[in-house]
Design a protein around this ligand. Structure first.
Ligand SMILES: [Zn+2]
Ligand SMILES: [Zn+2]
Length: 292
């Protein structure tokens, strides 16, 4: 089958074998997959991964359209037994850690990871379920009320989804780009979605004492932080990653979140290299690869 391959930070199109699903897994025909900033960070060395990248996908199994959670877990380690399965010590992660991902004609994934896509949600919108679920993880971690002053830093794909989901809480929401002037108010909660040290500094500076800083983006390389100021101001720092799929699917089905303005362009899998090049241009939103 056709697949995009990442090795030594370089992407190439290859022919590889169609995966043979081990027990508990199923073969999914990939219909569409989105390019995420994490995929771009992988090509810059965020994590030393060799294989097929891609973790935001819509596929087809037994004539049904599905989306899939990206962590494949063991159910036996201490984290799994305590219910923290996305932190399984033995996990593989679709297109990120030791598991071939979605920029290919087929992928293999545990059946338990799959969620059916309702007929009312088109494939090009369902591609956003995984990042939308990640945006919703914030509300699993922090209770957000209409009284809370919340700043979202980053107006890219993730920042936009985070802002849209937070708006549904009725909180007092401000969205800023990382280049905008410093936010004047002192915020209760700041969400860093820019993946950039400048954005982190802006989110940190906007917080009141005992405020909460939520880090939603991964960074290639290290981040310099004024640790003393976090101590003195008693800031709570929360890392935030994968979130719940069912509420994300429901928000799309109920049309409470509109992801259509986020879709920038669609490419065939064979044009994946051009698609990646396009995805890295400034101001570009979601680039999608389609197999149909
Ligand atoms: Zn992603
Ligand atoms: Zn485990």
């Amino acid at each position: 089958m056709r697949a995009l391959w990442l090795e030594d930070r370089k992407l190439s199109l290859r022919e590889i074998d169609v995966p043979t699903p081990p027990p508990g897994e199923v073969l999914v025909r990939v219909l569409a997959a989105g390019i995420c900033n994490t995929d771009i960070e992988l090509t810059r060395g965020y994590y030393p991964y060799a294989g097929v990248p891609g973790h935001e996908f819509v596929g087809e199994v037994d004539g049904k359209r599905v989306v899939g959670e990206i962590n494949a877990v063991c159910h036996q380690c201490e984290a799994c037994r305590a219910g923290r399965t996305t932190h399984c010590a033995n996990r593989t992660v679709l297109g990120i850690i030791n598991r071939n991902g979605a920029f290919a004609e087929y992928l293999s994934i545990p059946r338990e990871n799959l969620h059916e896509v309702p007929d009312s949600v088109p494939t090009e919108e369902a591609v956003f379920v995984e990042p939308l679920a990640a945006a919703l993880e914030i509300q699993q971690q922090v209770r957000i009320t209409p009284d809370d002053r919340v700043l979202v830093v980053g107006q890219g794909k993730l920042g936009t989804l985070v802002a849209q989901t937070l708006a549904l809480t009725g909180c007092r929401l401000t969205v800023a780009g990382r280049h905008d002037a410093p936010a004047a108010k002192s915020f209760d909660i700041a969400v860093e979605c820019s993946g950039n040290p400048e954005g982190f500094a802006k989110a940190r500076a906007a917080l009141r004492a005992r405020g909460t800083l939520i880090m939603k983006s991964t960074y290639a390389g290290e981040l310099t932080v004024n640790a003393s100021s976090l101590v003195v101001d008693e800031i709570t720092l929360i890392g935030s990653r994968c979130g719940p799929f069912e509420p994300a699917i429901a928000l799309l089905a109920e049309r409470k979140i509109d992801v259509r303005p986020l879709l920038h362009a669609t490419y065939a899998l064979d044009d994946a290299l051009a698609a990646f090049e396009h995805a890295q241009r400034p101001g570009v939103r979601k680039i999608m690869l389609r197999n149909e």
